[in-house]
Design a binder for this molecule. Structure first.
Ligand SMILES: [Zn+2]
Length: 458
């Protein structure tokens, strides 16, 4: 029982002082006023706190925790070309350490569900997909791992070196195996697998269409990168005679079971197609800013009825980004582009919660605080000596830097308490990430590649 708390349920009216009652892994009631007397209930005093749904991260590459701070001034294509060979040196141990730190870091900014798009699988380096899943189990957050893939190396007109791509048949077999082994479609699921060829410039048309067929046969979702930069636009027009969204439409990749990362460079017609088909997008403003990709037309997409969730994106292009901070980043970017009416604090909170849940196909279970939904809840301390100068706690959460967390609950279980991870040791999670970075740098050096700090001076 969480009591004396300001509740922003995202769906339904806000409650200035009320309670949330949890039984098992679900919310069973919430209301205004004092909490009802439930014998034996564990009581959490929410005085000075704002309760929101746990945040949902819909785009990430957890392995990149091990390659932060590199190619610092590069465009997307320069950055990728600088890093592909370094990433190709990773092994399961690197992924495990990076994912532990990355997921711990997400939980520490109120995230209770995260996807992960992993698309490089060097041979003979252990079970990289399983390593991420193991980390998520240990940290205790819900996980939607996407089995990514690339089959279009440089010799076939793609961007990645041939050495880091896989064969089409191997990809499809491994992806099907991942779904069979780790996809749990149940209401309370902690693990749902996604099918996710990497991007139009690294995946063949055949891989895209075969992946869509596989995902639909298995009843799982589809994810890829699209329209991130103008370089990609030019690549698609030159190679396929179509801009990215039109190309994806041709490949059967629009629909309510698909969400795209980025979608920065969209035409009016593209936005109309996403809205009409129910295709979602993961907006990653810090990464888009870091790589100078541009500002997505989020407020126009919302006006047209397209679904938008948030993502921190991989840490190599979005160093140490807290998911909660992406609400503020989104709000400021949209207002900088369209004016102060572009996005409200409450809309930004909805993107980070219900918008994300819709991207993952989990709007019935997650994304808002309602009886019957899973008890994934973030309790933000907005009543401290500084933040309490703002009377509206939702404004304090979104307009300011992320406030400290009193609790993060996943299915009613405490993952964060008083700003500390409770499932894995706080220090151990951080050290695992740093050790993964040192290990990856060493493995890359052994293969003759160094991680470049300065790339992309124009
Ligand atoms: Zn990405």
């Amino acid at each position: 029982m969480i009591e004396n708390v300001f509740v922003a349920p995202v769906a339904g009216p806000e409650i200035e002082s009320g309670y949330i009652r949890i039984a098992g892994d679900r919310i069973v009631a919430l209301g205004a006023g004092p909490a009802p007397d439930v014998p034996g209930a564990v009581r959490i005093d929410g005085e000075g706190c704002l309760a929101t749904p746990g945040l949902v991260n819909t785009h990430h590459h957890l392995y990149q925790w091990a390659s932060q701070g590199l190619a610092q001034d590069a465009t997307l294509f320069e950055w990728l070309v600088a890093l592909y060979d370094v990433w190709a040196a990773m092994d399961a141990e690197v992924v495990k350490g990076a994912a532990t730190a990355g997921l711990g870091w997400l939980a520490l900014s109120g995230c209770t569900t995260s996807s992960d798009h992993h698309y490089i699988f060097p041979k003979g380096r252990g079970d990289l997909f399983a390593a991420g899943i193991e980390a998520a189990r240990e940290v205790g957050v819900r996980f939607h791992p996407a089995r990514g893939s690339m089959d279009r190396g440089r010799s076939h007109g793609g961007l990645p070196p041939d050495a880091v791509v896989e064969e089409l048949d191997d990809i499809l077999a491994a992806t099907e195996e991942a779904v069979d082994a780790y996809h749990d479609p149940s209401f309370s699921s902690m693990s749902r697998v996604v099918v996710a060829p990497c991007s139009p410039f690294s995946a063949s048309a055949e891989l895209m269409t075969e992946s869509a067929a596989l995902a639909r046969a298995k009843g799982v979702r589809l994810h890829t990168h699209i329209a991130e930069t103008l370089d990609e636009d030019e690549h698609c027009v030159a190679q396929f005679g179509l801009r990215p969204v039109d190309y994806m439409e041709k490949l059967g990749w629009l629909g309510p079971d698909v969400w795209f990362a980025h979608a920065v460079h969209l035409s009016d017609s593209d936005i109309g197609k996403l809205a009409a088909s129910g295709t979602g997008t993961a907006h990653c403003p810090s990464s888009n800013g870091r790589l100078g990709a541009g500002i997505a037309r989020v407020s126009e997409m919302l006006r047209q009825g397209a679904n938008v969730g948030l993502g921190v994106d991989g840490s190599a292009s979005s160093e140490l980004t807290p998911l909660a901070g992406e609400m503020r980043q989104t709000l400021l970017f949209q207002r900088a582009r369209y004016g102060p009416g572009a996005l409200t604090a409450r809309q930004a909170l909805e993107l980070a919660t219900l918008g994300g849940a819709r991207n993952l196909g989990r709007e019935n279970e997650l994304g808002s605080l309602e009886p019957g939904k899973l008890a994934d809840i973030a309790l933000w301390r907005v009543g401290g000596p500084f933040a309490s100068a703002i009377a509206d706690p939702v404004c304090a959460l979104v307009f300011g830097p992320p406030p400290p967390l009193a609790r993060v609950l996943v299915g009613g279980r405490s993952v964060v308490e008083d700003g500390e991870l409770k499932t894995v040791s706080h220090d151990a999670a951080g050290r695992a990430g740093a050790e993964a970075a040192r290990r990856l740098a060493r493995l890359a050096r052994e293969k003759g590649f160094t991680a470049p700090k300065e790339v992309g001076q124009g």
